[in-house]
Write a protein that binds this ligand. Structure first.
Ligand SMILES: [Zn+2]
Length: 288
């Protein structure tokens, strides 16, 4: 499948259709989105569905894109081939790889397990929100920061039937920047799901594992679920993005004391004791 950086927004209900800037017809206008950021381009960049009566179609071009976001220095109206990816900056390369990974969910063992367990609607939404990717049969948890920048892709292998981590000798964690040999890439992790903070006002819940965040998000939708990606990845300095939010930490069994100590440094933060009675390394997803 060819991937274009700018694409007409797929239909996902009436709210994804706009008023045409030419003929003024409501919900007839399809806007272009930047697939690297998920953001719209300008309000007049798109295509009117009334092709015969109106015919308005303003495609993204270099000048317009630059004026929308001065950080974008190139425009990719060509498919992003691997050859071209090799000539781009690390950030742009990761964004391109990210975009190309958002597919092949039939091969993605964790997604297959989740679909079997929780059904299509809930899982589709989780995949969309967290922008889950696929690497062969494995899952890519992309870390996208609050400014929508792709920081890293963490690849993990799961068993299709149990949804548990594979213990077949596959490394527990692989990183997309290593798999794609981005020389000299400086890994600076952020919270998994951090990019959702800008548009989602629910209180924030933080789990340890990405899989837990996905599953807990289905069971306990009163929270916006993020994950630290490991018991030792919770640092107060990473939590600056949580300022102004009500935050509940859900440590895995055994990590309660450590996370309680860190919570002292995060304003408006409490720690759930849901798993206090457990000491077997179980997490909130098991409990749910
Ligand atoms: Zn029109």
């Amino acid at each position: 499948m060819k991937t274009y950086r700018y694409t007409l927004q797929p239909y996902k209900g009436r709210h994804t259709r706009y008023t045409c800037p030419q003929c003024g017809t409501k919900q007839s206008f399809v806007r272009y989105i930047d697939t690297c950021t998920g953001q719209h381009l300008g309000t007049d960049i798109g295509r009117c569905n009334r092709e015969q009566q109106c015919g308005y179609h303003q495609k993204p071009d270099y000048t317009e894109v630059k004026s929308q976001n001065s950080k974008v220095k190139m425009v990719y109206t060509q498919p992003l081939s691997h050859h071209r990816i090799g000539t781009l900056s690390h950030t742009t390369q990761l964004a391109a790889i990210h975009q190309q990974s958002l597919c092949c969910y039939n091969n993605n063992h964790l997604v297959q397990y989740l679909l079997h367990t929780y059904g299509f609607a809930a899982v589709e939404r989780a995949i969309d929100d967290y922008r889950i990717g696929t690497h062969d049969n494995d899952t890519i948890f992309w870390q996208i920061d609050a400014t929508n920048r792709i920081r890293a892709g963490k690849v993990m292998a799961y068993d299709k039937h149990t949804g548990k981590r594979k213990k077949d000798g596959t490394p527990a964690v692989r990183w997309v920047h290593s798999l794609h040999k981005l020389q000299g890439y400086e890994l600076r992790q952020c919270l998994f799901g951090e990019h959702l903070l800008a548009t989602d006002t629910r209180p924030v819940a933080i789990a340890e594992s990405e899989k837990t965040a996905l599953i807990a998000g289905i069971h306990l939708p009163q929270y916006l679920w993020l994950a630290t990606g490991g018991a030792h990845n919770l640092h107060a300095d990473k939590c600056g993005v949580l300022r102004g939010r009500r935050v509940v930490l859900f440590p895995d069994a055994g990590a309660y004391d450590k996370w309680l100590a860190i919570a002292q440094h995060i304003p408006n933060c409490t720690v759930s004791k849901v798993l206090c009675g457990y000491n077997d390394g179980s997490d909130v997803a098991d409990w749910l």
